[in-house]
Ligand binder design. Structure first.
Ligand code: BG6
Length: 505
């Protein structure tokens, strides 16, 4: 395990993300030896904390990782706190002094990783001051890791990008999309490019449609203030869904390197049609949840949630059909579906293959229904909560009659494997330390994703939605089912059926 010499400076160190994700991930890296003696962390935020207090918060954040107290104390001793008003240039002078002294104390070789885990409205001023105070003038590497959202439309994202690239080169900017750190998202490439069975059929001759589901059972929790300004389209589609889509649809890269993969992802995104207002209305559905009940749980409606406007028109659900205008995908609907307060938490991709040209068995088996076709072969990639993939095929049912029956080949990682596999943030931080940007989003991808999403947003903003239009606990509005049905398909994943059959929904 190579040790990394580095100074982390975390802006937003008192925040939820730092507590829940960053400190535990740094600790896991420390435990594995990716960080050893030669690292230090400066946490900065507005609050007046002491180093001692900061260290106790860090220790608390890793309390469920079963570390012994000596190990924790040693790890936490690398953490320093600097109260900081990001808009005050004076504070960067103090920050620089502390950085330089830690650099010397821990022999960090001038390597600096700045992590912006706070409101994006401050990103611009932070990077400007980092440059003005020459904090990026050391001999080692300088990288900036940026949390989403990257802008709120193409225009604001462009302004932000211009500000950032005035200090950091594109190759030094690591825009986080934590989905890219998930095991099974990374597995998409292995499934596609490691199996001739799939790759040779990965096109419009054999694939009928693709379904990308990012369903959440939670509501907006304590993030109503942020969410009400964002909505599902910007919160989930612009980033996570379009990133998954690009990995699924891209051409095989010439090599498995960040540059080659990125080039293919960008090409795939460029082929996604930017919809006209008529197409948006035809192909995109939005929804907002009303109060609902699932099993014994009763849920509030979105408009009753904390920090949400009582007449909010923010969507908590999006379903849509993307059209991809290239040789490989022309004519294949790419359905997407995401939302809050749906029946179950589940991120899964269904690749639905075309049916065989004729059903040889229909006269024997379905005399009453001449039109009946065999179930399609479906490759499902389970991203969470379980991880793995399955393939449904048709086989013969055991017995004297010739009846076909669907057979499912199912491979799931064991709970233990999932437990031991690195967390998304841990992988991504390590990638950033290694200078590997494969699992981060390049500016060209961000910009194109905004172009795609802005067209939808603009059309929606000009029409008043009829909200709320789905009950908490269901899989979204009826129109989302119609969308797929009118193309002659259906959603492969329908978790609400189980509850309906038992009268629990
Ligand atoms: C975040 C969104 O990017 O992703 C949240 O802002 C959402 O609204 C979350 O809940 C989902 O991530 P995961 O990893 O829990 O599926």
């Amino acid at each position: 395990m190579a040790e990394n010499n580095v100074l982390f400076t975390i802006f937003g160190a008192t925040g939820d993300l730092a507590y829940r994700k960053l400190y535990p991930s740094l600790f896991r890296l420390y435990r594995k030896g990716d960080l050893q003696e030669h690292f230090a962390v400066i946490g900065t935020a507005r609050r007046e904390w002491s180093d001692e207090h900061f260290r106790s918060v860090v220790a608390d954040s890793i309390s469920d990782l079963e570390a012994d107290s000596q190990e924790v104390a040693k790890f936490a001793s690398h953490f320093y706190y600097q109260a900081h008003d990001v808009q005050d240039p004076e504070h960067y002078v103090t920050l620089k002094k502390l950085s330089d002294s830690l650099d010397e104390k821990y022999q960090l070789k001038g390597n600096r990783l700045f992590y912006l885990a706070m409101s994006p409205s401050f990103f611009g001023v932070i990077v400007k001051e980092l440059k003005a105070q020459k904090m990026t003038d050391t001999s080692g590497f300088h990288r900036v890791v940026i949390e989403k959202p990257f802008g709120s439309d193409l225009a604001s994202a462009t302004t932000l990008n211009d500000e950032i690239t005035a200090t950091f080169a594109e190759s030094e900017v690591y825009r986080i999309d934590h989905y890219l750190g998930k095991e099974m998202i990374q597995n998409i490439s292995a499934i596609r490019f490691g199996n001739n069975l799939f790759e040779s059929m990965w096109n419009n001759r054999y694939i009928a449609n693709v379904q990308i589901n990012l369903a959440e059972s939670l509501g907006v929790e304590d993030r109503g203030g942020y969410y009400d300004k964002s909505g599902a389209l910007k919160d989930m589609v612009q980033n996570h869904i379009l990133q998954i889509l690009s990995l699924l649809l891209m051409e095989p890269p010439a090599a498995f390197s960040d540059e080659e993969i990125r080039a293919e992802k960008i090409k795939a995104l460029n082929a996604v049609r930017i919809y006209t207002p008529e197409e948006v209305n035809r192909y995109f559905i939005r929804g907002q949840y009303a109060a609902g009940k699932l099993e014994d749980n009763e849920f509030l409606g979105y408009r009753e949630e904390a920090n949400v406007a009582a007449d909010s028109t923010t969507e908590t659900f999006v379903a849509g059909r993307f059209t991809v205008d290239n040789f490989r995908w022309s004519g294949v609907p790419i359905y997407i579906r995401t939302g809050k307060r749906l029946t179950e938490k589940g991120t899964r991709i269904n690749i639905v293959f075309k049916q065989v040209p004729i059903n040889l068995f229909k006269t024997d088996v379905h005399k009453d229904c001449e039109e009946r076709q065999l179930p399609e072969n479906v490759l499902t990639i389970y991203i969470q909560p379980t991880e793995g993939f399955s393939l449904t095929l048709n086989g013969k049912e055991i017995g004297p009659d010739f009846k076909t029956t669907p057979v499912k080949l199912d491979y799931r990682h064991s709970a233990e494997t999932v437990e031991n596999s690195p967390e998304a943030y841990e992988r991504l931080i390590l990638d950033a330390l290694n200078g590997d940007s494969t699992n981060f989003t390049h500016w060209d991808e961000v910009a194109q994703s905004w172009r795609i999403v802005d067209a939808i947003r603009k059309t929606w903003d000009e029409q008043k939605p009829d909200f709320p239009n789905y009950k908490a606990g269901t899989m979204g509005p009826e129109a989302a089912f119609e969308l797929v049905k009118k193309d002659g398909f259906e959603w492969i994943w329908q978790p609400e059926e189980w509850y309906r059959e038992r009268d629990l929904l």
